[in-house]
Design a protein around this ligand. Structure first.
Ligand SMILES: [Zn+2]
Ligand SMILES: [Zn+2]
Length: 134
């Protein structure tokens, strides 16, 4: 599936070719902190399908528990997380943040990771009283 992505302020625009079967929901505590939310939804694409069309992301190098480093790209103006990749000149893949994609409604998670650190309240919010708008 061809997708178009953008940060909130619109400085960063990108496109890629996504396999909807690869959409993952991550419950790890790093994703909770880095998103400021209950979990993160991402999809990894081969780097040859990824194209940055505008903007220059800032990079935060995250070191995981295993010592693995990942480059986390975000917009320096609005702070939107846009992707993560290996810390190397030519990363083999990019892990796109699904919330930035125009096609996000069609990209439901197919797998979940780090379920041992999942926030219980974030697993099913349908029972929480809601309103159609703010
Ligand atoms: Zn932005
Ligand atoms: Zn995670």
């Amino acid at each position: 599936m061809k997708v178009q992505g953008a940060c909130h302020c619109g400085d960063i625009h990108f496109e890629a070719e996504v396999d909807p079967a690869k959409v993952n929901l991550c419950n790890c505590t790093d994703c909770q902190v880095l998103t400021g939310s209950g979990f993160r939804v991402s999809v990894t694409v081969p780097s040859d399908t990824f194209q940055l069309n505008s903007g220059l992301p800032s990079i935060y190098i995250k070191t995981g528990d295993s010592g693995t480093q990942r480059a986390h790209a975000f917009c320096p103006r609005c702070g939107t997380p846009v992707y993560a990749c290996a810390v190397t000149e030519n990363p083999p893949s990019y892990t796109l943040r699904v919330g930035t994609l125009k096609q996000r409604a069609e990209l439901a998670p197919q797998t979940r990771t780090w379920c041992r650190s999942a926030l219980d309240w974030a697993q099913d919010v349908r029972t929480v009283p809601g309103r159609p708008k703010e």
